[in-house]
Design a protein. Sequence first.
Length: 412
Amino acid sequence: MSVALLWVVSPCEVSNGTGFLESVREGKSFFDSSRHRNLVSNERINRGGGKQTNNGRKFSVRSAIVATPSGERTMTSEQMVYDVVLRQAALVKRQLRSTDELEVKPDIPVPGNLGLLSEAYDRCGEVCAEYAKTFNLGTMLMTPERRRAIWAIYVWCRRTDELVDGPNASYITPAALDRWEDRLEDVFNGRPFDMLDGALSDTVSNFPVDIQPFRDMIEGMRMDLRKSRYKNFDELYLYCYYVAGTVGLMSVPIMGIAPESKATTESVYNAALALGIANQLTNILRDVGEDARRGRVYLPQDELAQAGLSDEDIFAGRVTDKWRIFMKKQIHRARKFFDDAEKGVTELSAASRFPVWASLVLYRKILDEIEANDYNNFTRRAYVSKSKKLIALPIAYAKSLVPPTRTISLLS
Ligand SMILES: CC(C)=CCC/C(C)=C/CC/C(C)=C/CC/C(C)=C/[C@@H]1[C@@H](COP(=O)(O)OP(=O)(O)O)[C@]1(C)CC/C=C(\C)CC/C=C(\C)CCC=C(C)C
Ligand SMILES: [Mn+2]
C-alpha cells in the first residue's frame, strides 16, 4: 500500500491520539527556530508514546557478535561489520546493479498526499542546505529522485545524531533510543510518524536500502550514552562504524554503482564504509579538546599508553613531542582509510561522484589543518577556510569525471 496513504491514518498516530496534522506541525515547527533547535520532536520518544517490545532492545550488530561462554568475542569488529556490508551488497545485487536501471516506483497519486510528500522532501532539502551547505550543493548534480532520497537519509541521520549531541541530549535515555528505533521500524513498515519520517518511508520503499545500518547508527548513540573510553582501536572501529560507516552503507544504494563499473559490489560498499570510518576518525582527531571538556576520550587507551600518554595529558591539553608523535600515527591511520575510500568513489554512478569527492577531499583536508596547527587540537579547531574550499572543489569535480574501472577490479 502507498506510504502516503498509510501516513494519513497510521496506527501509531491513532494509538497515541495524535493526528496527522499534528505530525505535520511537528515537522514544520522543526524549521521555525534557528541552528541549535531540537531537530527531533522528543516529546514522543521521551514520554514513551512508542510501541514497547517484550524484551526491550531487539536487533543490532551486537546480535551478530560471536561470544565464548566466558563472554569474550571471537570476531574482530571489522569481521562483524563485514557481515553487514555483505548483507547490504546482496540486497542491492538482488535488485538491479545500478539505480540508473532501477525502476523508481512513482508515488501513488492519492489526491492531497502527493503534495505533502513533495513538501516533506523539500523540508529535508532545507535542513540539508542549512547543515551541510557544500554537500548539498554537490547533490544538485544528482537526479531529482536520488537527491531527495539522500536528503531524507541525511535528515534521519542528523536527527539521530541530535538526540545525543543536540540541545535535549541530557534528557535522552536508552529507553528513548529504543523508542526512536521502534519509530524507525515503523518508517520501514510504511507507518511514518511525521512528515520527515514520511520522506524516509518513501525513500526506503523506492531504493534497496537495508534497515540494519540505520539500527546500527542508533546502537552507536547508545554506545555514546554508556561509554566514554575506548580500550583499543577495535572498540573504536566499531563505534566509528556505528555512527559513520553506516552512512556510507545507507548512501550507496541511493547513489548507485555505475553500470559500466566492473568493481564488485562488495568492494564499493567496503570503500563506502572506509569513507565513513575515515570521516569519523578525522572528526575525533579534530575534536579532542572539545570532547575532553565533555569528559570524553575517543582515542584508543592502549595506544595512548604506548605513547606514554594518559587521559590527564589530554585534559591538561599539553602539546608535547609525545603528543605530536601520537597524533602523526593517528592521522596516518585516518589517511589510510581515506585512501581505501578513494578506490571506490570512481565506481559510483557519474552524477553521484562529485558530492562524494567533494566531501572526501574537504574532510581529508581537516587532517592537514591539524598538522598546520602543530597538532594543537585541544584549543584550536582545525577547519578548512572558504578559499581552500574554493580551490578544492574544482579538483573534486575533475576527479568526478574519471570513469569507472572497466576491468574486473581487484579492490578488496
Ligand atoms: C555524498 C555524501 C557525503 C552523502 C552522505 C549524506 C548523508 C546521509 C550524511 C549523513 C551525515 C550525518 C548527519 C551523520 C550522523 C552522524 C554524524 C554527525 C557523523 C559525522 C559526520 C560529520 O558531521 P559533522 O562534522 O557535522 O559532525 P558533528 O556532529 O558536528 O560532530 C561524520 C563524521 C560522518 C559522516 C559520514 C559520511 C558522510 C559517510 C560518507 C560516505 C559515503 C557517502 C559513501 C561514499 C561511497 C563510496 C564508494 C566511497
Ligand atoms: Mn555529532
